[in-house]
Design a protein around this ligand. Structure first.
Ligand SMILES: [Zn+2]
Length: 435
């Protein structure tokens, strides 16, 4: 921690309202154990005689172990790939500090046909691995929303979390480097993989498998891109909402202060659940998450339980934890479930919807069109939903998806009640099932 001088503090105070960088467009995918020391990657020597239309070899986590995959070309859903580079994520309880946006793109990448990217731990092999997953999405391009824009991919980018807070009138600034993580930045339409590394606390997550080698992760991030494509009212609303509150950005995640759950937190959870569901629908079923601690079960929409064996359920207890103003600290996924993590409530939604879709044996196209129609519906009712009480908006968001899915499938009342009793017994309309 660095205590800045009083002079800096005065400069900071005088800059109130000038310009603010916030984290509102960033969606951090996996927040556990994600700050520490990055492991170095090498720059690979690429032969000069590349044939860009030829296949190259790359690593992905496939069916319980690494397997080299052959991939023949870059794809059209990704418009550019950058290696390394830098980005800052600014988190402040003060919120009015001026910072010019820092984002350095790094070196551009084009996969070399005929090259074996499985041999080295390099920036290039990381990018080639991530591209495999996007090539899986490319295969179903005709099922993606017609006008969806291409995304930029950034691999092994140095992302610094900068925390600022005021302690006894003194500005305290702390910088941490993000590792073992990936996120989607809706403002610049980019998917960023941060470097692998050793966490300050805890263990290396996901059994040490680099995030860019896990197809679920890439597809999940692309799922956020799909969510953003439809959820224009939500994205625009965030900008409007933040304008008058520019001096008190509330995205600070560290510290011990209490929580204040807002509609935005519910939308964050929904965003996570949609991204998990999208990922499961588009990625080949043979590609599993088995052996990937925490991701396995907890984030697999086909699993009814979290990694610690507890059911994915919204009942009195889990909801009171989600809405609680008392913050729960970091938890170990193998021991307990943290309902304050947006991925958790999202996982319950995704699991419940998937249960319905699976009952109807819907194909990939039907499942995706369910998802798109659901998102369009939420977007059109966004402002109504936002004005409801929090527990009512959570219920309505669930019901909108659940009803859409069960209508597409044609479930009986008994089947509907069965799934709701497993997933959301606190849902008010479920009480009619008990009569
Ligand atoms: Zn996510």
């Amino acid at each position: 921690m660095i205590n800045l001088s009083l002079l800096s503090l005065l400069l900071v105070l005088s800059s109130c309202g000038v310009a603010v960088r916030t984290t509102k467009d960033l969606d951090v995918n996996v927040v556990d154990i994600s700050e520490g020391t990055p492991s170095p990657l090498m720059q690979e020597k690429i032969p000069k005689n590349c044939n860009f239309t030829k296949a190259f070899k790359t690593n992905i986590y496939y069916d319980y172990k690494h397997r080299a995959q052959k991939l023949s070309h870059l794809n059209s859903i990704i418009d550019s790939v950058y290696l390394g580079g830098e980005k800052e994520v600014f988190k402040s309880t003060i919120g009015f500090r001026y910072r010019s946006p820092l984002s350095i793109m790094g070196r551009m990448f084009k996969a070399c046909g005929g090259h074996d990217y499985t041999k080295n731990k390099s920036y290039q092999s990381a990018a080639a691995s991530a591209l495999y997953s996007f090539s899986e999405i490319e295969k179903i391009k005709h099922l993606l929303p017609a006008s969806i824009s291409p995304v930029r991919l950034r691999v092994a980018t140095t992302v610094r979390n900068i925390y600022e807070t005021s302690e006894d009138g003194v500005l305290v600034r702390e910088e941490k480097q993000l590792i073992n993580n990936a996120f989607y930045n809706s403002k610049d339409k980019e998917i960023i993989f941060v470097p692998q590394g050793t966490p300050d606390y805890g263990f290396v997550p996901f059994s040490g498998i680099p995030m860019w080698e896990i197809p679920f992760v890439s597809a999940h991030e692309y799922g956020h891109h799909v969510f953003s494509h439809f959820m224009t009212n939500y994205l625009n609303d965030k900008l409007i909402k933040h304008k008058p509150r520019v001096c008190f950005d509330d995205h600070f995640e560290g510290g011990d202060q209490d929580r204040n759950v807002k509609f935005q937190d519910i939308m964050k959870s929904l965003n996570e659940g949609v991204a998990d569901l999208f990922s499961r629908i588009v990625i080949d079923k043979k590609i599993t998450m088995e052996g990937l601690t925490c991701l396995e079960d907890s984030r697999d929409v086909t699993s009814d339980t979290f990694a610690n064996g507890e059911s994915k359920i919204l009942n009195k207890q889990s909801l009171s934890e989600f809405f609680s103003t008392r913050k729960i600290g970091q938890t170990d996924c193998l021991k307990s479930v943290n309902y304050q993590d947006p991925h958790t409530v999202g996982a319950v939604f995704a699991n419940a919807f998937y249960k319905v879709l699976k009952e109807g044996k819907l194909d990939q196209k039907q499942m995706l069109s369910f998802l798109y129609e659901y998102l369009k519906d939420i977007n059109s009712k966004y402002f109504q939903l936002k004005n409801l009480s929090l527990d009512k908006s959570l219920e309505d968001l669930f019901l909108m998806g659940f009803s859409k899915a069960e209508k597409a499938v044609g479930l009986s009342q008994r089947e509907k009640c069965g799934i709701i009793s497993q997933s959301y017994p606190s849902l008010h309309s479920y009480y009619s099932c008990k009569k």
